[in-house]
Design a protein around this ligand. Structure first.
Ligand code: UDP
Ligand code: MG
Length: 156
């Protein structure tokens, strides 16, 4: 099972989409392994988006991400990183496909509701940045045998 770090950005919280977005992930079959509400400290936002440090949108992005509360999730599942990114949709709200979170709920290219890790390396780094080890919960949903085919050597 893979884990990914999801942030429901300040616009998602302010616009009341927290439940709606979490519901989409739950309905898909991705499992919650961590969840908390916080205001991201500036230094944490800077570290999180350090790969974009040289980009013109970086200062505004850090301001946006620290401008109000966010909800941070750890989601778990086979290929959770890619599955979550597909549910999120393309980066720009103006271009994201209908049916995706960004495609359905926003028009902005900057205020695009949600962050999701884009690789296993990023996920590990980002999960470590936002969650202490004890804050992530190891559990198995009782419904698991109906989410995956568990009759073989690995979940299918
Ligand atoms: N962003 C922006 N302007 C841009 C590109 C990105 O404001 O031209 C913001 C946007 O909020 C995006 C974040 O920077 O989600 C990180 O960009 P990235 O390319 O990593 O997109 P993502 O991985 O979030 O789809
Ligand atoms: Mg990214």
């Amino acid at each position: 099972m893979e884990r990914t770090l999801i942030i429901l950005k300040p616009d998602a919280v302010q616009r009341g989409f927290v439940g709606e977005i979490i519901t989409r992930f739950e309905k898909k079959g991705l499992q919650l392994a961590g969840l908390k509400m916080m205001v991201i400290p500036k230094a944490t936002a800077e570290t999180h988006y350090a790969p974009h440090k040289e980009r013109p949108f970086y200062p505004g992005l850090v301001r946006f991400m620290t401008d109000g509360p966010v909800v941070v999730l750890a989601l778990q599942g086979v290929n959770a990183i890619t599955i979550a990114r597909n549910l999120m949709g393309a980066t720009f709200g103006s271009k994201a496909a209908a049916g995706t979170i960004r495609g359905d709920f926003g028009v902005s290219n900057a205020y695009n509701l949600i962050h999701g890790s884009d690789s296993p390396e990023a996920a590990e780094k980002e999960l470590g940045l936002f969650f202490k080890s004890g804050e992530l919960v190891d559990w198995t949903p009782t419904i698991q045998p109906w989410i995956y085919d568990l009759t073989g050597t690995k979940p299918e």
